[in-house]
Write a protein that binds this ligand. Sequence first.
Ligand SMILES: Nc1ncnc2c1ncn2[C@@H]1O[C@H](COP(=O)(O)OP(=O)(O)OP(=O)(O)O)[C@@H](O)[C@H]1O
Ligand SMILES: [Mg+2]
Length: 502
Amino acid sequence: MTDAHEPEATTADHGTRARAPWSIRRRVALGVVALVALLGVLIGAVSVLALRQNLLQRLDAQVYDVSHYLLAGEPGDELPGGSESLSAGLVVAVLTPGTGARGYVYTDPGTAQELTATQLRQLFAASADGPSNVHLSGLGSYRVQVHTASNGALAVGISTADVDTTTWTLAGIFGLVTFGALLLGAIGAIALTRVALRPLERVTETATRVTGLELASGDVAIPERVPEAESDPRTEVGQVGAALNRMLGHVEEALVARQRSEEKVRRFVADASHELRTPLASIRGYAELTRRIDAELPPDAIRSLDRIESESIRMTALVEDLLELARLDEGQGIAHDEVELVRLVTDAVGDAYAAAPDHEWEVVAPEPPLTVEGDAARLHQVVVNLLANAHRHTPAGTAITVTLAADGDDVVLTVADDGPGIPEELQPRLFERFARGDASRARDAGVSATGSTGLGLAIVAAVVAAHDGEIAVASVPGDTRVTVRLPQHRAAHREGGPELAD
Ligand SMILES: Nc1ncnc2c1ncn2[C@@H]1O[C@H](COP(=O)(O)OP(=O)(O)OP(=O)(O)O)[C@@H](O)[C@H]1O
Ligand SMILES: [Mg+2]
């Protein structure tokens, strides 16, 4: 066969190769993680802010209580010991026009410490409109309320340290819970999608098994179907499974119908060929008989009889070839004998030399035996057809070399000639039936008892295929090479079809 060129992968292909798409599993897991993260952050932020607001309001109420308690007394009085729990972290300062600012911070209940000038300045810089956050150097953040009056100002503040601690603790808890939820969500999403997609995997497995069936050759039945559990149309995956099952059913029907019609055609050709044999033999017999009768026949009549004879011989060969192809198509009748090829090939070359002594013949073969498992008569026909091509489609004087060699577990037969070569336009369909070059047709237009039908290589290819072998043809003017590779042992014996009458 002429070399089929593999389409080369272009570099552009590599350049534009798309990124591998994300699997559903990955998408769902990432989607869940993103959603949980968003919800966690949202709920956490709202809760923490609301709690903080609430705590600050309580702090403001306490600041208010302390302020009013103090405003009822004399500014500058020590804090009464009544609310000890409040006194930790409390800041009180008074500003009187005469004496200036003075204030204390109560760290432990009952322990007061004088505020520095900076701290006092920071304290009285706070707005008098309502409670506000003030940072006091060395003391931290305070919730401060300043009350002004004609005779001075009073500033009361309570540390927000507790509120901050509570806020940050809650935020930390939310962070941890969100992180845990993320992990659980991701694991859960992966596990759930795995379970959810398992039926789809089974549908895919079915489809994959179908692609493994040899539908192009041999059996056309498709026994594979998606299991019932995965083809229930009430589920999404079931719909895919059911659709695949319906499709497989259609494909099977179509294949069976096609196989039936092919079989009909094959049988018709086989039957027709078979039926034509007897009348053809009669035509030849009568033509011969007529030529042998004593009566003087005019030269035209003798020429006509010659043509009748030669054409009937040609047609008989054609009919035999068609019958042989029909048998090979049915895959029947291939023997599994030990066939010794060195002897077979040298004998065939001897016969070919007798038929075409004007060609130069050469055989290169190892010492016998070189055997393959197969059908002796058909392998002989392969060799004969190839040798016939090598001398019939080449002029006298052409050198023909037949090489036979073992190559691993195979035997390789090569028939090479230095003739004009096979026409290029013929090469792609060389093994098709009735494929032949124009020169062969032209030669046939003359009187030719041998006849060229264009079935020779089709039969060769069919026999080689039936032996699980391979055939290749390479031809340029001056070098035509047909290579047949046959396995010495065939993997499995094919089942023969019904015998055709012969
Ligand atoms: N060695 C060769 N040199 C040149 N042309 C060839 C050679 N072998 C085959 N061909 C070409 O290939 C065509 C097909 O060959 P094939 O053997 O199938 O048919 P055929 O020889 O024409 O007829 P048949 O073999 O049935 O008598 C031939 O007609 C011929 O044109
Ligand atoms: Mg031929």
